[in-house]
Each structure stands twice: as C-alpha cells, then as structure tokens.
Ligand binder design. Structure first.
Ligand code: MG
Length: 157
C-alpha cells in the first residue's frame, strides 16, 4: 500500500469557466490557469503521483508546454491512470476537500465523483468529494481564490 497527498490553489478571475472535478459550474469567476484550472483534479493527480513516487503534476504537464494550454484536466488523470497501470497499482480510495467561498458545491458532488472515477476507471464509491467555505476570511473567503486537497491510497494489483 502507498499513500499520497495533493494540494492545489488558484486565483479566481472574471471571464474564466469554473470546472471542478470535471464538472462545469455556473460562476462569474474561474481559475486563472494554463489548463482548464480544475484544481480538484490537479490535487487528485498530485495525490496519485505522490503515491506512485512519480513527482508532481508540474513534472508531467508543465505550464510552459503549449500542448497543455486550455487542456482538460480530466485528460491528465487518464495519463496518471496509465502510470498506475504501468507500475502495477490500483486505486483503493481517494478523498478530497475543495475550499471555495461560492457557489455551493454539494449539488455537484455526485457528478464530480463520477467524472473523476470515470477518468481513472474506478468505482465512484472510491472517490469522495467534500467542500468548505473559508468563512469570509482571506483571499479564498473574499472569493478571489480557491484551493483543494486530496489524499489517495493505492495498492499493488
Ligand atoms: Mg493547478
């Protein structure tokens, strides 16, 4: 068994789509990013890459590479799935928390779990998504940024 942890943080700006866990959510602001800025999926990628001992998302999908401009982050997970497979590991479970002031994410948890699990080829029951606000405090609380954390457990096939 191996575990990994992932964390991501993005500034939120006007004129960007808000995609979290592969699900587009209605919002006047979205993450400033090279890819689609799906910080939940980025945290999950880092948790899995960490569990594999394979570095981080910046190593595999550098933001200096034009190939990843506007990239769909769920496609990053497809690459991580291939690495898991190469190394002979399967995902036991993934747990996540998104920290975002608004909008409420609970109505989207099911779709996010299905999208993340789908990209990894695992049961949606192995993926959990939670959300918190930042109680109006700081950059996240003011709605100018969002963060996500993830932990993953992988086991040898
Ligand atoms: Mg990111």
């Amino acid at each position: 068994m191996r575990t990994g942890i992932g964390y991501d943080f993005h500034r939120l700006v006007e004129g960007r789509r808000l995609v979290l866990g592969g699900v587009e959510i209605d919002s006047p602001v979205g993450p400033e990013a090279h890819s689609d800025g799906d910080l939940l999926v980025h945290a999950v990628c880092d948790a899995l890459l960490g569990a594999l001992g394979r570095g981080d998302i910046g190593v595999h999908f550098p933001d200096t590479d034009e190939r990843w401009r506007g990239a769909r982050s769920l496609d990053f997970l497809a690459t991580v799935r291939r690495l898991l497979d190469e190394d002979g590991y399967v995902v036991a479970n993934i747990d996540t928390t998104v920290v975002l002031e608004r909008p409420k994410l609970a109505p989207h948890f099911g779709a996010m779990r299905r999208a993340i699990a789908g990209a990894l080829g695992i049961d949606p029951g192995a993926v959990n998504v939670k959300a918190k606000t930042h109680e109006g405090i700081g950059e996240i609380g003011q709605g100018r940024a969002a963060a996500a954390t993830a932990v993953a457990l992988i086991v040898k096939r």
